[in-house]
Structure formats: C-alpha cells, structure tokens
Ligand binder design. Structure first.
Ligand code: HEM
Length: 503
C-alpha cells in the first residue's frame, strides 16, 4: 500500500513537472534531440503564418528557431521593428539574400530580386530611373485604366447578367498579369476576358512561382535530384521557363527591337512606345544592349507586379465585403470627391485618385493585416549584435515576419487585429505616415519596393471602379484562409456573385 502511494506520488510529481514544462513552453516549439523544432513546424505548416505570429507574440517578438542537427536550418525569427530596421537599413551592408535564395530563384537570372551588391545597385538604378519617367508613368496609368474599363468591368457585367459565380482572385491574377506584361513588355496576353481563356504564358508563370515555393519546403537534395532527372515539379518548372522565355524573347525583346527599327519611319503624330523594354532599348541602343539582361530585367518585374497586386486586392475585397461600414465610407468618399461623368458614372482618372484618402487608408489597413509578401529573410555575412541584444552568428538567417508585424500590439495598439481604416487618418484628415520598418508590407531600407506608388494607383483605380459599379456578395460557406506560399494568396480563391449598383 505504502509502495503504491510512493508510485502515485512519483507519477503525480512527473505529471506536475510535465504540465509545468508544457505551460512554460506551449508557445515555443519543443526542441527535440536530433530533430530540433522541425516536428512542431511541420505539424503547424498549414497555418504557418499564424503559428510564427503566436510564437513571436509570446517570446517578446524574437525567437531562435533550432532546425535539425547539421541541417543548417537554424534561424532567428523576429517581428521587432528595431531589429527589422537594423537588418534592412542600418546594417544593410552586413545582410544579403544568401546562396540558398539564389539557388531557389535561379530562373530569375541576374534580375533585381536575385542580384546582390554591384549588380543589384545597377539593376535598381536603371529600374528606378525608368519608373520616375513621366512618359512611363503615364503609359502605366493609361494601361491600368484601359484594362480596368475594357476587360474587368465587362467581365463583371457578364457575371452579373449571367448570374454566375466568379473567383475574384483569379480575375485579379489575370488582370494584373495583363497590366504588368503590357507595361513591361509592351505585349498584352489578354488573359482576362469573359471566357477566361487558357493562356499558356500566364499558366507557365503560375507554375514557375509554385516551383519556387516547392523548393522552399522539400529538402534541397531532393529537388536537386528531381531537377537532374527532370521529374515532377522540376520538370514543370523547366517547361514553364521555356514558355516564358519564348514570350519574353519573341513578344517582348525582338518585337521591341523591330519596332525601334521602324519607329524612325513613324509620323510625328504617332505616340512613341513607352513600355519598359522600349525605353531600355532606345536609351542603351539595340546593338549594345544584351538580350539576357533585358530578359532578366523583364521577368523580375513580372514576378514583382502580378501576384502582389492580385493578393492585395483579393484580401481587400474580402475585408470590405465583411465590413459594410467601410464600404459605405468608400462610396461616400467617391460620391463627394470625384467629378461626375454621364449617367451614374464617375471620373476615375489618376489625377483624382489622390483625393480618395479613406480608400487609401482602407488599402493600407488591408496590406497591414494581409501583406502580399508575408515573410522575408536575410542572411548575416559577419556576426552581429541586434538592437535587442540578440547575438547573430555569421551565416545565420534572420527571418522577419511581415504578417506578424501587422499584428503586433506594440506597433498598432490593442485593436491590432481589427480592420479599422480610421487608424490611418489624422485629425486634419490626411494619411498618417508610418515608417517602413513598422508598416513593412513594401519592405524597408535600400531594398524596399520600387512599385509602391504604382501599386496604390492600380489598387485604388480597380477598387474604386468595382465598388462604385457593383455590389459584391460573398458566396456563403466558403472557407477563407491564406495559402502557404511565398505570396499570401487565398487558399481557395474568393468566390463572389455581383449585382450592378444603381446609385
Ligand atoms: C501591393 C503590391 C506590392 C507589394 C506589397 C510589394 C512588396 C514588395 C516587397 C516586400 C519587396 C521586397 C522583396 C525582397 O527583396 O525580397 C518588393 C520589392 C520590389 N518590388 Fe514590390 N510590391 C508590390 C508591387 C510591386 C509592383 C506593382 C512593382 C513593379 C511594377 C514592384 C516592384 C518591385 C521591385 C522592382 C522590387 C525589388 C527592389 C529591390 O530589390 O531593390 N512591386 N516589393
């Protein structure tokens, strides 16, 4: 009897120790011998962005993730703005994308995303100088307006007349692909039209991006073997790259070079071509400029400008559809501030969009909660001390979670999980400026997004046009959650029906 009592006591004591240990560590993954914290990560991979957010929230915004022994997967996770400012700006020179990144994104060649040091500087200065040209900006604005009015609105009109359900995410993917191809290559693949045609280059682009993600989640030796044997995803990636290269070289580079040749014969009334490739070729001279450089520059910009915009718009429309008061405020603002056109129309010209402060705030708020790029990583070249006192060894990856930063009480206050555009509006009615290491959706420091302004114009023009012309009804019963990928898409798209608004 006495022995049983001791046994029970021992079990109770062990249970107490276990429960205490679990309570202390429930917000940190268990660090197993050999496997490190990988089992916890794998168990939570389907909700990985929230998993990382919870870990960071309960560990003061910083956490050292231990990978399996000898796997080189240890990484420092952070959502602390001081640390983010440090790695993106203050000590920018000590952090690079690293060899792993370059291998995964090999297909992007030496374009802006994949390049480092001098090559990156060169790419950035060229892209930046073209983005600043008035002619290029007005070409982009015209393209966005034209594609919205001549493709997106007819597509939604058709869905309304037919009473069919549409996947807004797919429509935005196609629209942003057409816009970015038109502005960069001067070639419109017309992938958004009523019958949703299968467009080989658009499909190939999706396959290539999925391949990049696949390389993030399977062991390197496996995808390398698949690449060598040309199997599965790796085979598809190679085929997709060939299709895209065909489009880039034929419809983009060769066409622009040919057009450049004949533009000497064009009459003065004809508009000069203003796509990014046209400008690059005319400035550098078509004999001098290398086709591979043009290909890499163009492909990197396509990668920058399609999925980010479409993911941003999809989450925005879901948030607005679930917050009717925000929708009413946006409509009120359009009614008040934009000049009327015949009928119930409004002039959504770019020159008017800057008046839409509340819409700007609502888009910022949506990008805060659902940043299209949810995670960023950078690799320390030399050992370094972070502002929070954490020591980072050379070659350690620092991963900062843009998704978690948008949900940090210390930055956004207790209601950080609420969609509240008003938080962006100052007492005098303007937009409150948030430094980029706090509002991180467009990254911070020298590698911050070059397309931020274009993105706001594109998103505002599309959002204002749709909301003014249609009521969006979410299809009931659909599950809304992020897809685990390099871009924060919705896992199952966003299914809606639309009705024409009579305002
Ligand atoms: C809502 C839309 C967008 C978001 C949230 C966004 C976000 C970002 C982020 C987080 C980065 C840093 C990526 C990295 O270095 O790993 C980036 C870089 C970049 N973005 Fe955007 N982006 C958007 C749209 C665009 C568009 C439309 C364009 C061009 C037309 C563009 C052009 C670029 C370029 C060129 C870079 C590379 C900057 C560099 O490495 O120096 N982005 N963007």
């Amino acid at each position: 009897m006495a022995m049983l009592g001791y046994g029970e006591l021992l079990v109770a004591f062990l249970l107490f120790v276990l429960i205490h240990y679990w309570r202390l560590n429930r917000h940190a993954p268990t660090n197993w011998p050999v496997l490190g914290m990988l089992p916890g990560l794998l168990l939570n991979v389907s909700t990985v962005f929230d998993y990382i957010t919870t870990i960071l929230k309960h560990n003061g915004g910083n956490f050292m993730f231990q990978g399996p022994w000898l796997s080189n997967m240890n990484m420092f996770l952070t959502s602390d703005p001081m640390n983010v400012q440090h790695v993106t700006s203050t000590k920018f020179g000590n952090y690079s994308k690293g060899d792993e990144f370059r291998e995964i994104f090999e297909a992007l060649g030496d374009g802006i995303f994949r390049s480092e040091f001098q090559m990156w500087k060169y790419n950035r200065s060229i892209t930046h100088s073209i983005f600043k040209k008035v002619g290029f900006q007005s070409f982009i604005h015209k393209t966005i307006k034209n594609k919205t009015e001549s493709c997106l609105l007819p597509f939604l009109d058709h869905a309304w007349i037919q009473g069919t359900e549409v996947d807004l995410q797919e429509a935005f993917q196609r629209l942003s692909f057409d816009v970015i191809c038109s502005t960069v290559l001067g070639f419109d693949p017309t992938s958004l039209s009523i019958d949703l045609p299968e467009v080989a280059c658009e499909k190939a682009f999706t396959e290539l991006l999925e391949g990049f993600f696949y390389r993030h989640v399977v062991p390197k030796c496996l995808w390398k073997l698949q690449k060598w044997l040309q199997l599965g995803k790796e085979k598809k990636m190679k085929e997709s790259q060939e299709i895209l290269d065909q489009m880039l070289y034929t419809e983009g580079i060769s066409r622009c070079k040919m057009q450049g040749q004949s533009s000497g014969n064009s009459t003065p009334e004809e508009e000069p071509p203003f796509s990014l490739l046209d400008i690059l070729i005319s400035e550098e001279g078509k004999e001098k400029i290398d086709d591979k450089f043009l290909r890499d520059t163009a492909l990197n910009l396509l990668a920058a400008g399609r999925d980010t915009i479409s993911a941003g718009l999809t989450w925005f429309f879901w948030l607005v559809a679930t917050h009717p008061s925000v929708e009413s405020n946006i409509l009120e603002e359009i009614r008040e501030k934009l000049p009327a056109r015949e009928g119930n129309g409004k002039d959504f010209g770019v020159e008017w969009l800057s008046k839409l402060t509340y819409l700007h705030a609502a888009i910022s708020e949506s990008l805060r909660l659902y940043p299209p790029v949810p995670l960023e990583h950078t690799c320390a070249l030399k050992s370094d001390m972070l502002p929070t006192g954490h020591w980072i060894n050379a070659n350690t990856i620092v991963m900062y979670s843009l998704y978690s930063m948008g949900r940090r009480e210390e930055i956004w206050g207790e209601d950080c999980l609420k969609f509240r555009p008003e938080r962006w509006i100052s007492k005098s009615g303007g937009i409150i400026h948030m430094p980029s290491h706090k509002f991180i959706a467009f990254n911070a420091g020298p590698r911050s997004c070059l397309g931020k302004e274009i993105s706001f114009i594109e998103m505002k023009m599309i959002a204002a046009n749709i909301l003014w012309n249609y009521r969006i009804h979410l299809v009931e019963g659909q599950a809304i959650s992020p897809r685990v990928s390099v871009v924060l898409h919705m896992k199952h798209g966003l299914k809606v029906t639309v009705t024409k608004r009579s305002i």
